[in-house]
Design a protein around this ligand. Structure first.
Ligand code: PLP
Length: 401
């Protein structure tokens, strides 16, 4: 294969690829664990983990082995036939989530769509909401994916503008505001869709008791609570799921990203029979959803998280990282916030745009991505070590201190 330089590859992408992203100017050709490498052999520490899809670290040997072994046996059957992998994955994820049933999809957005369909169908068939009147409560600054229905309730003009006509049936209320939720609930409300921490919004952590409060409102009003754990789930915040910090028992758990172990798109919704039982054959599906290759990878991805105690790692190392960041004396840093290894550094307005700093951090060997113009997210693979965090802190100190 022809080898191209970083410069050539970036030019090629600019010319032939649609410009729906604005990547940091670095090309990655190789990766292992926390480390990635560019075509010129420069090494960088990954502080983004593909938006938390690589919690287990790049190319975890057990996950890669599962992928290769399965590729030699069977890759795709569609759900027209049974396979010998999907039942095992469903059982494993059901046990992990404590929910009766699993519905498998591929991308996160598809899992969110699945949760929306589930709540609406439940609303009509179980709660008895009048036809086409179902409402779902969502939150300002949400990020749940990119489909037309999902961007219909986004408040981010860049994500939403010019994609209308939009899907009705969503009520947007301020995040972390239980009173607003209470006011928004009515007889047509079928669900509340929430991120336990808003990652894309810049690692916005709600007040303690917010999720618990949502659960109470949902119970009192016969409404389903759906948590989008696509970014916060699977050990990222120091628990298997972020909602566990408050001992909440949501009706629907939406998963994606790290469920595929950083190698394959795998997503799913977990819920009990009374909820996911609303689907009958033909009423929802996906050709690749639950495919044997994805299932083999996901089973191993989950086992790795458990066997390597990634929750504990995220909790301890996250606290260590956060303390280190808070200790940096800087006129540019306004706030350090987050949970586990999902950390946001909010910049002072006077510091200027975050891109300047993520570019400088890249020069120091640290790959971070800004969210909005004033927040830098630190979310390394959970296999990161204390020594590597020290290294990262050193770079941040040099750039922001
Ligand atoms: C990434 C993300 C999604 C969308 O997942 P895709 O796989 O990109 O479709 C949805 N919700 C949250 C919270 C996410 O972080």
């Amino acid at each position: 294969m022809t080898r191209y330089s970083s410069e050539e590859l970036m030019d090629m992408e600019q010319q032939y690829g649609a410009h729906n992203y604005h990547p940091l100017e670095v090309v990655i050709t190789k990766a292992e664990g926390v480390w990635v490498e560019d075509p010129e052999g420069r090494r960088y520490m990954d502080m983004l983990s593909a938006y938390s899809a690589v919690n287990q670290g790049h190319r975890h040997p057990r996950i890669i082995k599962a992928l290769k072994d399965q590729a030699d046996e069977l890759t795709l059957t569609s759900r027209a036939f049974y396979s010998d992998r999907w039942p095992l994955f469903a059982k494993k994820l059901s046990e992990l989530t404590g929910k009766d049933m699993i519905l498998p999809m591929n991308t996160g957005a598809e899992a969110v769509e699945t949760a929306i369909k589930t709540m609406r169908k439940w609303g009509y068939l179980v709660k008895g909401v009048e036809k086409d009147k179902a409402e779902i409560i969502v939150f300002e600054d949400n990020f749940h994916g990119r489909t037309v229905t999902i961007v219909s309730f986004s408040v981010d003009p860049i994500a939403r503008d010019n994609y209308g006509p939009y899907t009705p049936g969503f009520v947007v209320v301020p995040y972390d505001d239980l009173e607003a939720v209470m006011k928004a609930v009515n007889k047509n409300t079928v669900g509340i869709l929430v991120e336990p921490i808003q990652g894309e919004a810049g690692v916005a952590v709600p007040s303690e008791g917010f999720l618990k409060g949502l659960e109470e409102i949902a119970r009192e009003n016969n409404v389903l609570l759906a948590v989008d754990e696509i970014q916060t789930g699977l050990c990222r915040t120091g628990k298997t799921f972020a909602f566990q910090h408050e001992g909440v028992d949501p009706d629907l758990i939406i998963m994606g990203k790290a469920l595929g172990g950083g190698v394959f798109p795998v997503s799913a919704v977990a819920a009990d029979k009374e909820v996911l039982g609303v689907f009958q054959p033909g009423s929802h599906g996906s050709t690749f959803g639950g495919n044997p290759l994805a299932c083999a990878v996901a089973i191993e991805a989950l086992d790795v998280l458990i066997d390597e105690k990634m929750s504990e790692r995220a909790s301890e190392l996250g606290a260590y990282f956060m303390e280190g960041l808070k200790a940096i004396k800087s006129s540019k840093i306004k706030q350090v916030r987050g949970k586990g290894l999902l950390i946001g550094v909010v910049l002072e307005e006077s510091a200027g745009k975050a891109r300047k700093y993520t570019t400088a951090l890249k020069e120091k060997g640290l790959l971070c991505k800004e969210t909005h113009d004033w927040i830098i997210r630190f979310a390394p693979p959970l296999v990161i070590t204390r020594e590597e965090i020290d290294k990262a802190l050193e770079a941040v100190r040099e750039v922001l201190g």
